[in-house]
Write a new protein. Sequence first.
Length: 288
Amino acid sequence: MTRRTVERRKEREQEKKRSRQMTILISVIAFAVVAGFLIVVLNLPAEAPLPAESAALYADLERTTTDQGFPRIGNPDAPVSVIEYSSFGCPGCQALHDLAMDGLIERVRTGAVNLTFVPLYSFGSLTNREGAARAAVCADEQGKFWEYHDALFSWHILYANQAFTANRMRAGAEALGLDVGAWQSCATDARSQTVINDAENAARLQNITSTPSIVVNGTIVATSGSIDELATNTFDAIDRAIAAVGVTPAEATPEVTTEATPEVTAEATSDTTAPVEATVEVTAEATP
């Protein structure tokens, strides 16, 4: 092998080495740029408007939590128990909330009714509905579940599949005056996961196959799937139960007509695969 051949081989080896070093340098720079972009994006402030009427709607009502960790409003010993099985990612649940929440709370105010919300996440289609359920459970730890639950349903309409991003949910917690550090810790902790898992189990035991579903004193309110019909039947069932215990039903029963809401049917498809990002998503983002 001639000296010239040896020198050329060394030159090629050095060129390959320089090429590898340049590739590594470019990769490092590209990674740093992407990481920096993600950090900026994930920390951008998000709009998180709170419904103006929420604070007054729930003012002065007793708030408790069931043994399974589900939020409850109204006298816990009331003779009429109403349980709502619902998902923040379910369009029908959002429609029922807008149509019926005022009427439900009017009945709670009679003192004869309490309302429990069971936060499901296997129904619906919006991204990170599991994270939304956990975030609401953690707002309940600080006495603000009902206001936060109103906000989540309002964001469902305003932002669709971007409703339950980490930044938006965190901004909502801040707007409600929560201890955000404690709320964030809860949202990524096993205790909030336990509550929403117990919610799924409770729905199975109650034979809930669609959301929203309402149970009044242990009996599932019948409906053909129309949200308007479900609201009407729910009010009728509650008022009969109230009358049976001798309390005058709420007078301002909302008139439910087919024009009251868009035609939405109960969400009957259970998505048993939870979004991957939902566990920490009060960490990342968040469709029937």
